[in-house]
Design a protein around this ligand. Structure first.
Ligand code: UT7
Length: 328
């Protein structure tokens, strides 16, 4: 069983930060950021709550699908930057959009979130006959968690939201999901401190670099190595399950972290760059939002059309990765 994406919506806060804006407060410049990442500008949420961005994208996805919120049976919200530790973002969005018949929970698989969530939605739809529509919402306000004194991370990230309403279908669908927790210290943001007296026996916490609590830390080089291998590998594993090759895929929609990661992966996969949807120049790395945002814009532009086979490929903190191959 596969799924049909009935409708999509996006929300981007108005405030933009250009590469030149960063050179006013850290030692950086447009040349470095553009040539090392491909990013030109990104959006900033300011005081808009993360859920507000998600809610707006969700309403737009429902409008696009022509489905009333009361018909949604499940909301899965992906984020690593929630407004609350509890309740979930999904519960807030459920209330805000009036989806009174929906169950709701959050899913954190970092930048692989949308791929994990779409696969989870499909499994719910397959095993629950009473479930008609699942709303997957991705929403991130990374600007609230980056250290604006750390030039190696603050220039990379941006804020926004994107959502997809999905239903059952017999279209092609295959997925591959993976995680390697040994890479956790390469990309993390901490929550409140654990008191020393409740310390447990594990070497997990050893060797994490110092970073003020809740601020995002990234070992760019380590994650880069992981990403350039994870992207082709995830696609290959999902393609094998789907019984397709790269030539069957009309468009690849990878996580939008760095143009050099996508170029390296494209070379390894022997796929022309024209087959990759790229939006990172305008939005930076928006974590789990980046894949549905790129897909939403590609559909709006008429680039991705019904009947096409597409590959969504995510990678990020965890370290997680995954791919979904599906017919749009
Ligand atoms: O979304 C989750 C997944 N995340 C990713 O996929 C990110 C993966 N990593 C990357 O994309 C890249 O590693 C970065 C874009 C984060 C960094 O690019 P890089 O080519 O690996 O740079 P680097 O970290 O090796 O730094 C090279 C130099 C250093 O200076 P020295 O030590 O050579 O003198 C950095 O201090 O560039 C310096 N640098 C900067 N210079 C100007 C780092 N950030 C900046 C900056 N402006 N913003």
């Amino acid at each position: 069983m596969g799924i049909n994406i009935l409708g999509m919506g996006k929300y981007l806060p108005e405030q933009k930060l250009t590469n030149d804006d960063f050179s006013k407060f850290v030692d950086t410049g447009d040349e470095w950021i553009r040539s090392r990442t491909g990013i030109v500008e990104r959006r900033m949420a300011g005081w808009e709550p993360t859920w507000y961005m998600g809610k707006t994208a969700a309403i737009r996805a429902l409008e696009d699908a022509g489905v009333d919120a009361s018909q949604v049976g499940l909301i899965i919200s992906c984020t690593v930057t929630p407004d609350f530790l509890t309740p979930s973002m999904a519960s807030i969005i459920q209330y805000e959009i009036g989806a009174q018949n929906a169950a709701a929970f959050d899913l954190n698989a970092a930048c692989s979130g949308f791929v994990y969530a779409v696969d989870t939605a499909r499994r719910f739809l397959e095993t629950d006959d009473s479930l008609k529509y699942v709303l997957v919402v991705t929403n991130e306000a990374l600007s609230r968690f980056v250290d604006f004194k750390d030039r190696s991370t603050c220039v990379l990230f941006g804020d926004g939201a994107a959502a997809a309403l999905v239903e059952k279908s017999d279209k092609l669908f295959a997925s591959y999901l993976a995680s390697d927790g040994s890479g956790a210290r390469s990309l993390f943001a901490r929550n409140v401190a654990v008191a020393p007296e409740v310390a447990v026996e594990s070497d997990f916490d050893d060797g994490f670099p110092e970073k003020p609590r809740h601020q995002l830390y990234q070992n760019g080089k380590e994650v880069y190595k992981f990403a350039t291998a994870a992207l082709p590998r995830s696609f290959d594993r999902a393609a094998e399950k789907a019984g397709v090759t790269k030539d069957d895929i009309s468009y690849f929609i990878p996580h939008q972290a760095n143009i050099r990661i996508i170029e390296t992966a494209a070379k390894k996969m022997d796929v022309p760059m024209e087959k990759f949807i790229i939006t990172l120049q305008r939005y930076g790395n928006t974590s789990c939002v980046s894949i549905p945002l790129a897909l939403c814009e590609a559909i709006e532009a008429g680039t991705v059309r019904r009947g096409m086979k597409i590959a969504l490929v995510g990678f990020g903190a965890g370290l997680t990765c995954g791919a979904v191959i599906m017919e749009y």
